[in-house]
Design a protein around this ligand. Sequence first.
Ligand SMILES: [Zn+2]
Length: 192
Amino acid sequence: MFIITERQYNIIMQQAQACYPQETGGILGGRDNTILGVLPIPNKHLYDRTETFALTPEDIETAYHFLVKHNLEYLGVYHTHPRGTPYPSAQDLSHNQKYLFIIGLQDRYNPEFFAWRAEQGKIYSENIKIMSDYGATVIDIHTGQPKLSQSASQQQLDRLADMIDEIITGHQPQYPKLDATHWDSSSFSTFA
Ligand SMILES: [Zn+2]
């Protein structure tokens, strides 16, 4: 089971939308299966960026410094499947990662965020819980836009709490629609 804050979940989802239909991704760091740092990485695959998310040795270097600087453990790579389901491809599994985080955008505005654990040639689904993060952004239920929590109404905060409860109890959550936004790949977020 993994825990991610809403703020970091939103960063990943905004990146996924901004880069659509190209595949994109990054590195997740954390402690005890809690995701505390998200490092988006621009896709360097020059030939067909709708099919593959590629990391360069430079990216690995950047990720290493990011994790060391914030005292985080490496949890894994996340990437999108812009036209697909959030299941690992044979190529994804060939990288011998313990965990794979995949965002399926087959239904673009209802992204599916899945974590997988690979163990002795088999893959298992890991739950992901989204924790509320009142210090950062919440989603405005009417416009679907991220909004500062300072200006959020109690109603909106309750709605957010309901969404998290739905996730925790295992119901399929309905994610708010997000418009594509400008994505600055040099920005990243960490709580560490
Ligand atoms: Zn993949």
